[in-house]
Design a protein. Structure first.
Lengths: 367, 359
């Protein structure tokens, strides 16, 4: 999955002119047409983001001065800048950058001299794994509690759950992470303090040929139950810290939407036929209430990725966010640019997929 | 509330005080919602008081390392001299928590003023004139809106300050980084309202009598398109605190010698936590949670009160979920009040007000 975005990025610059045309003619039409139009729309989105990131990063000057400024003599600096081509006109650099992206080339990091693509594929899977765990936690907590809050509206469970939801939002993920660490790792000793796996397990996972980078999958492939347990134990606290952030959002959404559907005509009709409240909720009200949630997941991915950067730093989870913080400290803006562009592409693609799913479920969405 | 407001024709205009956003919401709220709103207002009030009075309240300066006689010492547990202990850098935790409120408040104010001003300006011009500029701005703002806000703030921080700076430099850099994140939100809201309002008959009328564009935009369009702003401002204020803390946590904050910043202190506390030192992480973190909680409670309440589906009526406890208002809402309330003698007497004026959207 993590390699997919880099093959999408090549579509970036060229077809911006064509992207406008289908939108103008986008009246009516079937699902296939909607998907095509919607897909073409992500091209200008990605293009704008790539351009914004490029302009922003270059506005501060060239990356080499930023990264190595104090450490080289001015002559050496000039030579490095010249070799890397940063002394050419900005437009030339921009066109070249877009061309490189088309070929899936994100450049080479300045601080440790690795291809950015390699950094992305190595650490992207770790972030993806964390995000999946967090989403699972968010669903498991957010949806049942949201239903409960809606069905007990304005009574004690509702009040408690709403405060809980606001607390989930109000607690920065890194503080939640530190608290969890303090209580469950340091005081109680139930979970490991940091990392994705113990050193022993890491070594065991690396002996696999062709590892997926997804530690849980790799651990299952080793067939060693201890490895699976170790990986899961390491994942619990980061997943809960990041998951609760999103869980609060889901809880509020489910609550609001279920309250909305509970007051629709067909629910009132069912109630007047004598259907019990519990059955109303289970059979009538909650499923339509989930549709808006699917569309919100797209925006949640952006929140989740922001949160992942902070969670990974708290738990030394060696993913993209951890690397991003590391490269930010090192002022390695080539690497930062690569990671940010990748995240932009992932967010744009997720929104596309989410919109298509929403259109599949609800025909009214298509335009 | 006088009985004259019951008159069907032109009720007297309520006083300016009772029309102010938060005040009118407070009067409109009942039960749990009123409790949440009041709790939020109290917490937010304490936060603001602490922010303003930080120099008086804090026992030491935010960058003070020693008294006249001796150094504080690093990582000291809470004691009589240092109620909340000292940090790994040897600062007093309580003082930095209190001073941090001031930094956070300053950042919120600067960020929100700047983003309201720019967002409204762009949204108004874009929505009012339309055309290709409008289309380009919409696409750009949508692209930015979908982007992880923290990363955007990081990019902005790199541009504005190169990462680190002094008190005002740092506050401005952090605030403007957050502004970049918020502008698309104000843009979207204001533009949507402007597009809706500009088709109204009174705009055409103003144009017919020859009002200049600027007058129509400010007097007729802008003044009618700001009703959702209090809600966004409160939600953004809490988001600003979180973004500031996130920036500080990633090392893009304000230097400890320039100002106290909660996120920076939490970053320095990561290593402490592993060795069981809890006070350096707990208190700055709690400060963030409380500040965000207070402001979010206010914002949430405003949101619920603005949405008729979510607004608790005095009656709704009895018929949970059924908020479909009938044309005879006054009667409906009376019926329910009969079933529950303990409930406060229904207030017909309030219901009329609500249905007419005069909240």
């Amino acid at each position: 999955m993590s390699t997919a975005p880099s093959t999408e990025a090549p579509g970036t610059p060229a077809p911006t002119a064509t992207a406008v045309a289908p939108r103008r003619s986008g009246g009516g039409g079937g699902l296939g047409r909607y998907i095509v139009v919607r897909f073409l729309l992500i091209i200008p989105t990605i293009f704008i983001l790539v351009t914004t990131v490029f302009v922003v990063m270059r506005a501060t000057g060239d990356p080499i001065t930023a990264a190595l400024g104090g450490r080289l003599t001015p002559d050496q600096l000039q030579q490095r800048i010249h070799e890397a081509g940063y002394d050419r006109p900005i437009l030339v650099q921009y066109v070249e950058y877009l061309g490189d992206l088309l070929h899936g080339d994100f450049g080479t990091t300045l601080s440790d001299n690795r291809p950015v693509t390699e950094v992305l594929t190595t650490f992207g899977t770790a972030t993806l794994e964390l995000a999946v765990y967090a989403l699972i936690v968010a669903f498991l907590v957010g949806i049942p509690f949201g239903l409960l809050a809606a069905s007990r509206r304005d009574r004690l469970p509702d009040a408690v759950l709403r405060v809980f939801a606001i607390l989930c939002y109000a607690t920065p993920v890194f503080f939640a992470g530190l608290l969890l660490k303090l209580v469950f790792s340091v005081s109680l000793g139930w979970f490991p303090v940091a990392g994705r796996a113990s050193t022993g397990t890491e070594i065991e996972l690396q002996t696999l040929d062709n590892p997926s980078g997804f530690y849980l999958i790799d651990a299952f492939r080793t067939g060693d139950p201890d490895a699976v347990g170790d990986v899961l134990m390491h994942a619990v606290l980061p997943a809960v810290a990041l998951g609760l952030l999103t869980a609060g959002v889901f809880l509020r959404l489910v609550r609001t939407n279920v309250i909305g559907t509970l007051s629709t005509g067909y629910v009132t009709a069912a109630r007047s036929r004598g259907v019990r409240e519990g059955r109303l909720l289970r059979k009538h009200a909650w499923r339509p209430a989930l549709i808006p949630i699917i569309t919100v997941i797209g925006l949640q991915v952006a929140l989740l990725l922001s949160g992942a950067v902070l969670t990974e730093t708290t738990f030394e989870w060696k993913g993209l966010g951890f690397q991003l913080a590391h490269y930010l400290q090192a002022r390695d803006f080539v690497a930062v640019q690569g990671i940010v562009v990748l995240i932009a592409v992932v967010v744009a693609l997720t929104n596309f997929v989410v919109d298509v799913i929403a259109a599949l479920i609800d025909p009214r969405v298509r335009y | 509330m006088s009985d004259t407001t019951l008159a069907p024709a032109l009720p007297p205009r309520p006083s300016l005080w009772s029309r102010l956003p938060v005040v009118s919401h407070l009067r409109q709220s009942v039960g749990l919602q009123r409790f949440m709103l009041v709790a939020g207002l109290v917490i937010t009030g304490i936060f603001l008081v602490v922010a303003v009075l930080a120099p008086v309240l804090a026992p030491y300066g935010y960058s003070q390392l020693r008294t006249e006689t001796a150094a504080f010492g690093a990582q000291q547990a809470p004691s009589g001299d240092h109620w909340l202990g000292t940090t790994v850098g040897g600062y007093d935790v309580l003082s930095r928590v209190i001073w941090g409120a001031q930094t956070a408040a300053l950042v919120i104010v600067v960020a929100i003023v700047a983003s309201i001003f720019l967002g409204i300006l762009i949204g108004l011009v874009s929505g009012y004139f339309g055309g290709w500029i409008d289309r380009v701005l919409v696409v750009v703002c949508d692209a930015i809106y979908a982007f992880p806000s923290l990363l955007l703030a990081i990019l902005a921080a790199i541009v504005i300050s190169g990462g680190k700076s002094s008190l005002w430099g740092g506050i401005l850099a952090a605030a403007l980084s957050i502004t970049v994140v918020f502008i698309p939100q104000y843009f979207r809201v204001i533009r949507a309202e402007v597009v809706r309002i500009k088709t109204e008959a009174y705009i055409d009328a103003a144009r017919v009598i020859g009002s200049p564009h600027r007058r129509i935009m400010v007097r007729h369009v802008l003044r009618n398109s700001t009703r959702t702003l209090p809600l966004i401002v409160t939600l953004n204020a809490s988001e600003a605190i979180l973004t500031l803390a996130g920036l500080g946590f990633l090392g893009f904050g304000i230097e400890p010698t320039a100002a106290a910043e909660w996120g920076y202190d939490l970053n320095k506390a990561i290593a402490d936590v592993s060795s069981g030192i809890w006070w350096t992480a707990l208190f700055p973190g709690l400060a963030i949670v409380l500040a965000v909680l207070g402001i979010t409670l206010v914002g949430e309440s405003l949101n619920d009160l603005a949405d008729p589906r979510l607004r608790s009526r005095r009656a709704s406890k009895q018929v949970a979920g059924d908020v479909a208002s009938t044309s005879v809402a006054v009667q409906g309330n009376v019926v329910v009040d009969v079933t529950d003698p303990g409930a406060p007497v229904a207030d017909p004026v309030r219901d009329v007000d609500e249905r007419e959207g005069r909240a």
